[in-house]
Design a protein around this ligand. Structure first.
Ligand code: AMP
Length: 212
């Protein structure tokens, strides 16, 4: 199964993706996670991406397209994938289509997590993330011990792009670029809208129903 997760920042894509990959045994590919690791490792890619990410701006299409295309050829993603945070622009969606077609594959479902703006801003302003496994925690999904990752035992941090000014910028990027993807995929009948308001468990149930 080849899945795309679409939805604004704070919709719960990361949280739900981590649950779905365990349930369906398909690997997640998050361009945001790949880029954050590159920043942490101080690679050339990380050096290019760091200032853009911290400001809440998108990294150029060629860079993220390259990351995804390279991943599609690794053994990990041969049986399926869940793309989280990619594509984010129509040119990225077109590049993904071309790359998949070239490999005789296609997107089966595009999950669209729908959450009103007021809820998004509230969620992002209280969000903390594990610097090691990238698991996000918030009011709807708190860690067992305050400030500590359940899985890694690492101290949680606030991502630089979860600071208020960067959040505002990310919302604008979403509204002006990423929201256009809904129409792009709707034309193909693969969009599965899901109400993303409620507990993590309730939203997960709705997602599973939408995929059935
Ligand atoms: P995310 O974890 O998906 O919210 O991504 C964090 C940041 O990484 C974004 O705000 C962008 O700066 C960058 N990024 C991640 N995925 C993409 C993408 N598909 N296109 C451009 N920039 C991206």
């Amino acid at each position: 199964m080849n899945l795309i997760f679409l939805g604004p920042p704070g919709a719960g894509k990361g949280t739900q993706a981590k649950r779905l990959i365990e349930r369906f045994r398909i690997p997640q590919l998050s361009t945001g996670d790949v880029l954050r690791k590159a920043v942490a490792d101080g690679t050339l890619l990380g050096l290019k991406a760091k200032p853009l990410m911290a400001a809440g701006q998108l990294v150029p299409d060629e860079i993220v397209n390259g990351i995804v295309e390279a991943a599609l050829d690794t053994a990990t993603y041969q049986k399926g994938f869940l793309l989280d945070g990619f594509p984010r622009t129509v040119p990225q969606a077109q590049a993904l289509d071309a790359a998949l077609e070239h490999r005789g594959r296609r997107i089966d479902h595009v999950l669209l997590l729908e959450v009103p703006m007021g809820v998004l801003v509230e969620r992002l302003s209280g969000r903390e993330t594990c610097p090691k496994c990238q698991t996000p925690y918030g009011k709807d999904s708190p860690p067992k011990r305050a400030g500590i990752c359940d899985k890694e035992g690492e101290r949680l941090v606030v991502r630089p792009d979860d600071q208020p000014e960067a959040v505002r910028r990310r919302m604008v990027e979403y509204e002006t670029k990423t929201a256009l993807l809904t129409g792009y995929y709707k034309a193909r009948g693969v969009v599965r809208p899901v109400d993303g308001v409620g507990s993590v468990e309730d939203v997960e149930k709705r997602i599973i129903k939408a995929l059935e």
